[in-house]
Design a protein around this ligand. Structure first.
Ligand code: R5P
Length: 312
């Protein structure tokens, strides 16, 4: 079966890296936008009988990137693709995975169902918001992790007295993986989200006094979580300086300002999303192209992905 690689408009640079790593030229998808905002897809070459991989992280603008992916999959199915796999290192809408106060939608489940309805047969994602989300999808999910890459990237910059900090209870498993890989102690904060832009931190579990915090999270959106965590840690007499590591740098709204206000933090993110560089906010972006290309090559050849997957 021939391998075809297509990319939506979400992250062409990542698609290019994957295509170079695999030595496979991308297939044109003829993406166009009509004046009313509708998206039109027309696959440029035959994909009949092919093993198709659609590279499209579902980041901002999330509704547009999602519709593009659905239409790409639909076009490939109608063109006779044998197998369709979405390569979406970041999957938006996954934070709404339950009803907290009633009369709410559960977007994570609906998005998973929509991908299934578009006949996507497999998803390759990186550090989903929660591991249990794998079970929301009506098809297999290959859940990869950027944690080993990010931990190795930040390791040389960490002083001996570093403490890994999970900024909320939901992030404990992720933080445990960083702590174990880096051989560092762990502290956990109790966070309450007050609004999409504001959070507050209550108690701290673990010893942080005199230690430099390494705040780890699956994503940084508005930066409110990191900001509140750092303020709480400072009040608890953490040592000066902070390192922040996250897989997905959405950096929405005033995130850059909030992170800058922490006083030149060491900031390390993956390139799961195509967020433009901000010269006022120095950061390191760790590429996921090789990891994703490796996953695609193994899937194409029906080889095991075990050593690439999240096991926590
Ligand atoms: C929440 O559970 C997530 O793991 C992140 O902590 C959160 O989504 C980050 O969002 P923000 O940067 O807007 O606080």
């Amino acid at each position: 079966m021939k391998l075809s690689l297509l990319s939506g408009s979400a992250h062409p640079a990542l698609a290019r890296t994957i295509s170079q790593q695999l030595g496979v030229a991308p297939t044109s998808d003829g993406l166009q936008r009509f004046p009313d905002g509708e998206v039109h897809v027309e696959i440029g070459e035959s994909v009949r009988g092919h093993d198709v991989y659609l590279v499209q992280p579902l980041g901002p603008p999330v509704n547009d990137t999602l519709i593009e992916l659905l239409l790409l999959a639909d076009a490939c199915r109608r063109a006779g693709a044998a197998r369709i796999t979405a390569i979406a290192p970041y999957v938006g809408y996954m934070r709404q995975d339950r009803r907290v106060s009633g009369r709410e939608s559960v977007s994570a489940r609906l998005i998973a169902d929509l991908l299934g309805a578009a006949t996507i047969q497999r998803l390759v994602a990186v550090d989903l918001h929660a591991q249990a989300l794998e079970g929301f999808f009506p098809f297999p999910v290959e859940h990869l992790s950027a944690v080993p890459l990010l931990a190795e990237a930040v390791r040389p910059e960490l002083p001996k007295n570093t403490v890994v900090v999970s900024p909320d209870l939901g992030g404990v498993r992720l933080a445990e993986r960083y702590a174990s890989m880096l051989g560092l102690p762990l502290a956990i904060l109790h966070k309450t989200r007050l609004s999409p832009y504001q959070v507050s931190v209550g108690g701290i579990v673990g010893e942080v006094r005199g230690r430099m915090p390494l705040i780890v999270d699956d994503m940084i959106s508005t930066g409110a979580t990191v900001e509140a965590a750092y303020k709480a840690l400072s009040l608890a007499d953490c040592s000066a300086g902070v390192a922040v590591v996250a897989t997905h740098g959405l950096l929405s709204g005033a995130a850059a300002d909030r992170l800058q206000a922490l006083g030149k933090p060491t900031l390390v993110l993956s390139d799961s999303l195509a967020v433009p560089a901000d010269p006022t906010l120095p950061m390191r972006r760790i590429g996921l192209g090789a990891l994703l290309a490796d996953a695609i090559a193994r899937l194409h050849e029906d080889k095991s992905l075990a050593e690439l997957l999240v096991h926590a």
